[in-house]
Design a protein around this ligand. Structure first.
Ligand SMILES: [Zn+2]
Length: 256
């Protein structure tokens, strides 16, 4: 069976009422056996660490979502830095800019840059959340050379092929999720078709974007179809991309 890697799954989401880990056996039955849980609120960081402490192959990307940028304080910054020293922590996320929320972008940018600094200091890649702020985020990524220095994933990608190509040139991965399955999706399929295979990672963004972990396989089937590859080839390349980005030392044994 193929091995799949879900690079963005909110197992600690309040909607899952502390029962997120119960989704894992179903996911593992489909071969989805590596997971990264991104942070959203400061108040959630301790809980996400406790939740996954004994969960095998579940890793963390703590960080403050731009929609909650007003929670940022010096204490939050120290807490985030300390979390980077935990072995479960493999990235900082989800961080970025969101033009659709009430917090001014100027305030979000201060928080985004502060978290990028922590990621740079810790040498950890980042998971980006970007909505209606593509140009501003690209400018920051270029300026700080985030892709080249630590790498990262632009999560829930839905922008144009030219933005995707620029991101790839900047050393970023494209997080492909269930937006690809939308009837009216045009830009994302175009990008998925032609980007280098080394740029693609998969995500469910559960429970926001999906209800069951196996939506990852539906996304993968679409990727396979668009790129004219087998499902197994898509599994190998996307899982290997994630493994390299998050600097996993263990080797996956394919086909088991
Ligand atoms: Zn998310």
């Amino acid at each position: 069976m193929s091995n799949w890697f879900d690079t963005h799954i909110h197992l600690d989401a309040p909607e899952l009422s502390g029962q997120g880990l119960k989704l894992l056996p179903g996911a593992q039955q489909c071969g989805i056996n590596r997971f990264i849980v991104p942070g959203v609120r400061v108040s959630g960081w301790a809980g996400m660490l406790a939740l996954v402490e004994n969960a095998k192959n579940v890793y963390l990307a703590p960080g403050l979502h731009p929609a909650y940028a007003d929670q940022w304080t010096d204490a939050a910054a120290s807490q985030l830095w300390e979390l980077t020293q935990q072995s479960k922590v493999v990235a900082i996320g989800e961080i970025g800019l969101d033009g659709t929320v009430a917090i001014p972008l100027s305030q979000q940018e201060i928080v985004f840059r502060a978290q990028l600094d922590i990621a740079l200091d810790a040498g950890l890649p980042v998971l980006l959340h970007v909505r209606e702020a593509t140009g501003a985020v690209l400018t920051i990524l270029r300026e700080l050379e985030i892709g080249q220095r630590i790498g990262g994933v632009w999560h829930g990608f839905s922008a144009s092929l030219s933005v995707a190509e620029e991101l790839v040139a900047l050393g970023f991965k494209i997080g492909v999720g269930s937006i690809l399955l939308r009837e009216n999706a045009r830009k994302l399929p175009d990008a998925v078709k032609v980007l280098p295979a080394s740029a693609l990672v998969l995500e469910t963004d559960l429970p926001d974007m999906a209800e069951k972990p196996d939506v990852l396989l539906k996304v993968a089937e679409k990727v396979a179809e668009l790129r004219d590859r087998t499902l197994e080839e898509v599994a190998q390349i996307t899982t290997e991309n994630a493994r390299q980005l998050f600097r996993f030392q263990d080797e996956f044994i394919y086909g088991k």
